[in-house]
Design a protein around this ligand. Structure first.
Ligand code: MN
Length: 381
């Protein structure tokens, strides 16, 4: 598990994390047990340089990576910040080489090899990313990876930089690269979510033999964001039977804390950690969940630190009302349940939600109406 919330996530438009926020998030990630924290891009700012250095000193479990373009100055900055892993990258797609780098294929290989050798000479463990790998010529891509591995990179990453891969394309590319490199080379995938495929593409990469996944908390990152840590961890665990070592019961707390620090409100339908991820309102669903949660829950909410919510609203049925009454200490007798259901259907279209205070008021009204004289007492007559 390679988390890049503090580097790719920090590149989210409108977001500027300060050093204290970075240190706070790093502590959460370390406690969560991600294997690697990419703490920043040391050559880009003083804050990032300092963040890499401080987090490397403080982290008790995770190793710390620092990003560097394929030039000696950037590598030097990452080495001075004492990154455990120097993450060297350069673009390998024709569109990036021609219009952004204005470099030929041979110049790109030369720069990549030189930067990797230079990072190795500082004693760092080197990760190499071929930016825009999924839009690169596959033959050239394999050549680049082979050359950087010969130059001393023991760890490579295959980024889907603009999120244009499909799961079957990702599987094909990862198999090709994996099969062209010695088995001891560690291979990561790094997927973006421009088409909402980041989690699916990440899983496809793992299926094809990737050893690691690069993710961010809540999928925060450039444009449509990155593969989200909580979705990838939960899917690897519950759908593919893979162990990540991440403390899954911390996922919801970490997701919400990081959202708060980024100043971003999570959508209620956010998978795994959202407010509605385990919320049920429709009568048929509530009835099923109360009989056995597995009927409408793909994983136990407590396993990812989230909670089940039975929401009362226009779609509620008898089972939900009885459950709500019981949880508040009232006996759900039939007449009371019917009365509450009528009130909900009458009020729900105009109310955001039926809360406990409203429910308690309706219970009082019901009993007041049933006991002779009580109505007058309740009305103060
Ligand atoms: Mn990225």
């Amino acid at each position: 598990m390679f988390d890049t919330t503090l580097r790719d996530g920090d590149q989210m438009p409108g977001i500027e994390l300060d050093l204290d926020e970075k240190l706070y998030i790093a502590r959460l990630l370390d406690e969560l047990r991600v294997d690697i924290i990419e703490a920043g891009f040391p050559a880009s700012s003083r804050i990032d340089w300092e963040a890499v250095r401080r987090i490397k000193r403080e982290a008790s479990y995770a190793r710390v990576a620092g990003l560097a373009r394929a030039n000696r100055r950037d590598v030097e900055a990452a080495a001075e910040a004492e990154a455990d892993i120097i993450h060297v990258f350069i673009a390998t797609s024709d569109i990036h080489m021609k219009h952004k780098l204005r470099m030929t294929r041979e110049q790109v290989i030369e720069a990549a090899v030189d930067a990797v050798e230079y990072a190795r000479s500082h004693g760092a463990y080197v990760l190499f990313s071929a930016e825009d790998a999924t839009r690169s010529d596959p033959g050239f891509l394999v050549r680049v990876y082979r050359r950087v591995v010969e130059a001393g990179a023991e760890y490579i990453n295959i980024p889907d930089t603009v999120g244009t891969a499909t799961p079957w394309r990702m599987e094909w590319i990862v198999s090709l690269v994996r099969g062209s490199l010695p088995r001891w080379v560690r291979v990561d995938v790094h997927c973006h979510n421009d088409f909402g495929l980041a989690t699916a593409n990440t899983l496809a990469g793992v299926r094809a033999g990737a050893d690691g996944v690069q993710v961010t908390v809540n999928g925060f990152g450039e444009r449509g964001g990155n593969a989200s840590l909580e979705e990838v961890v939960a899917a690897l665990h519950f759908l593919m039977g893979r162990r990540t070592g991440v403390r899954m019961e911390m996922l919801t707390r970490v997701s919400r804390e990081v959202a708060r620090l980024f100043g971003v409100e999570l959508p209620p339908n956010k998978p795994v950690t959202g407010l509605n991820a385990f919320a049920h309102e429709a009568g048929i669903h509530v009835h099923g969940v109360l009989a056995n949660p597995a009927t409408y829950e793909p994983m136990p909410p407590e396993a990812v630190g989230n909670t089940r919510r039975i929401v009362l609203g226009r779609h509620s049925g008898r089972a939900a009302v009885a459950h709500a009454l019981r949880s508040m200490g009232f006996e759900p007798e039939r007449g009371l349940v019917d009365y509450i259901l009528e009130r909900i259907k009458e009020y729900a279209p105009r109310m955001k939600k039926v809360d406990q205070d409203t429910l308690a008021r309706w219970v009082r009204e019901y009993y007041a109406a049933r006991i002779p004289g009580a109505e007058a007492v309740a009305a103060g007559r």
